[in-house]
Design a binder for this molecule. Structure first.
Ligand SMILES: Cc1cc2nc3c(=O)[nH]c(=O)nc-3n(C[C@H](O)[C@H](O)[C@H](O)COP(=O)(O)OP(=O)(O)OC[C@H]3O[C@@H](n4cnc5c(N)ncnc54)[C@H](O)[C@@H]3O)c2cc1C
Length: 406
């Protein structure tokens, strides 16, 4: 039986980032296994917003780590990851969201982020497609940007491979092998592989593998989706991306088109047992083309984006992210079980958090003091849960429906 120090399941942004971090920390003998081809899961479907502003201050260092990781990956591979450093704008109209925005700005400033308050004339100059009521509160975070999820994921994996990580595509992990309170490796479709540590970074499929060895990961696969318009003279790639909490929406340039997404009031979930092997061609049973969500969100969005009523939509992109009931992640060991680490549950922020999650997991694997507190993300923080129950899945969908940040 082949033997590795670490086996990582999943060649998405988290598996890739962890492989890179472990290798740069000097861990040797690492194997990354991907069922399809790398970045084939949900990472390449993401809008890719790297939003630094977070209501939970503990998450800010994790996003900052991703920006640092991007520099390092570019240095190792000698290739740009093409981060669009456009800045991020927040525009809040209702008293409730204006109050939230003041809070977000204060948390951001306290954590060393650059925050500028803009008047609506300046904001409209930066985003000519956007219409804002005069008493809108507008905050601009000039350092933020967005990145293509495929480019970032393949960058991490290329950098990891350069540093010695073995990457095997088209290899399905059919089971994690448990012997008593110890994980000893994985079974693939054609062999058994021994590992001292198995990292489950299999995205929305991570919970299924864990379920088979008696671990309930507290998360559920929930839909995220967005639309892309046809080209228009009002859109340009230099424009900032924008968060519009009153419309439960975000938007960013996609070359000379606009990409925009809504958080629907009732999020669509997929039961883990019904997950497809690949996201290619996967359609949701309900509202499969997102029209119902578009019709639900368009009236509020049209207050800020009047063109939405006329412009053609040229693409619709949908995928899945793991959501948890509290919006924190699912990271680390399972109590009483050695050799297993989960790296998942990233609540629709896996691109932005990839570097931060990878650094934390690497601290745990190498026995270093964790650079951020892992407690909010511990697997057992809800006690024993049954992630296959419809009630639990609904609690995760409800958490997603309440999300208003980027
Ligand atoms: C529409 C949409 C928009 C989003 N926008 C943003 C955004 O703006 N900013 C942000 O930060 N995040 C965003 N996200 C969330 C982000 O995409 C995810 O958090 C992130 O991609 C999760 O990465 P992952 O590596 O866990 O999962 P994945 O990218 O899905 O990777 C998991 C990999 O594991 C592989 N795998 C699964 N099972 C097995 C197995 N048994 N054996 C071997 N391999 C296996 C899969 O094939 C897959 O490649 C968005 C998501 C969607 C769907």
């Amino acid at each position: 039986m082949k033997s590795y120090d670490v086996v990582i399941i999943g060649g998405g942004v988290l598996g890739g980032a962890i492989a890179f971090y472990l290798a740069k920390r000097g861990v040797e003998n690492i194997l990354l296994l991907e069922r399809n081809s790398i970045a084939h899961g949900n990472s390449s479907l993401a809008a890719g917003l790297l939003t630094r502003g977070r209501f939970k201050p503990a998450l800010i260092p994790m996003v900052l780590e991703t920006y640092q990781a991007i520099h390092e990956v570019e240095a190792v591979t000698g290739r740009s990851l093409h981060v669009h450093r456009t800045g991020c704008m927040y525009a809040a109209v209702s008293p409730e969201h204006q109050k939230n925005l003041r809070e977000l700005a204060a948390i951001s400033t306290d954590n060393g982020l650059k925050v500028e308050w803009l008047d609506t004339t300046t904001a409209s100059h930066l985003l000519p497609w956007m219409r804002l009521p005069r008493d809108t509160s507008v905050v601009f975070m000039p350092e933020d940007g967005y990145v293509d999820g495929y480019t970032l994921t393949s960058g991490y994996i290329k950098a990891a491979h350069t540093l010695g990580v073995q990457v095997r595509e088209n290899t399905v992990v059919t089971a994690i092998i448990r012997r008593g309170d110890q994980i000893i490796g994985v079974k693939t479709d054609n062999e058994e592989i021994h590992a001292n540590i198995v990292i489950d970074a299999a995205g929305v499929w991570a919970g299924l593998l864990a379920h088979e060895i008696g671990i309930g990961l507290p998360m559920a696969p929930i839909r995220s989706h967005y639309w892309i318009t046809e080209p228009h003279a009002l859109f340009s790639p230099e424009q900032p991306f924008v968060i519009l909490p009153d419309a439960r929406a975000y938007a960013r340039p996609e070359t000379n088109r606009l990409l925009f997404g809504f958080r629907e009031r009732e999020s669509a979930s997929v039961h883990p047992f019904d997950l497809p092997d690949s996201m290619n061609g996967f359609t949701f049973k309900k509202d499969s083309q997102g029209w119902e969500t578009l019709m639900e969100g368009a009236p509020d969005m049209s207050l800020y984006f009047p063109l939405i009523e006329q412009i053609q939509i040229s693409s619709y992109v949908r995928g899945l992210s793991n959501y948890t009931p509290d919006g924190n992640f699912v990271l680390g060991e399972y109590p009483g079980l050695r050799g297993f680490i989960a790296a998942t549950g990233c609540a629709g922020a896996g691109i932005a958090m990839s570097g931060g999650i990878a650094r934390l997991i690497t601290d745990l694997v190498t026995g270093q003091p964790p650079y951020v507190d892992p407690a909010p993300h511990q697997i057992d923080r809800f006690g024993k849960v049954d992630p296959m129950s419809y009630e639990f899945i609904q609690s995760c969908a409800d958490a997603r429906a309440g999300k208003v940040t980027g």
